[in-house]
Design a protein around this ligand. Structure first.
Ligand SMILES: [Zn+2]
Ligand SMILES: [Zn+2]
Length: 148
């Protein structure tokens, strides 16, 4: 099947070889500008539920020249377009997750690590009374196997 992509997409994918991330962004109506691809790629490759600051620090360390405010703006854009979910596990700051399938999180109170708990099915919730569910966040807090 032949698919037409605008010139800027072909140029970007050929120069960076980040075809798959760019394509996912396009499918969600997000123009795959280089910084957007970098932030999304980082979230796909690092399933550690980083904060915006974590992402900024990591990308800067990788040699990506990006402003902190740009990282925040891109994350807002990715959340708005259902590419990334923002988790309000911490009171003070949001954490970001590129896994969009419903899953339970486990936060270790000792090391602060947030784990994805994929065992078992996510419980389906049937609300009576005409409420419509847009998103569900389930976080279990405790001590992880490494800290026990
Ligand atoms: Zn731990
Ligand atoms: Zn997760």
């Amino acid at each position: 099947m032949l698919t037409f992509y605008p010139f800027w997409f072909r140029k970007l994918s050929m120069s960076t070889m980040k075809y798959s991330e760019s394509e996912i962004l396009l499918q969600h109506g997000v123009r795959p500008l280089l910084h957007r691809v970098e932030v999304y790629r980082y979230l796909l490759e690092n399933r550690v539920h980083p904060t915006a600051d974590d992402i900024y620090t990591a990308l800067t360390r990788e040699g990506v020249s990006i402003a902190r405010s740009t990282v925040y703006n891109i994350l807002t854009l990715l959340v708005e377009n259902n590419l990334v979910q923002a988790l309000s596990i911490e009171e003070k700051e949001l954490r970001y997750d590129a896994c969009m399938t419903p899953h339970i999180h486990f936060k270790c109170n000792q090391c602060g690590e947030i784990y994805d708990i994929n065992e078992g099915l996510f419980p389906s919730i049937d609300l009576k009374g005409g409420f419509q569910i847009d998103s569900v966040e389930v976080t279990i807090k405790g001590t992880c196997p490494h800290c026990l």
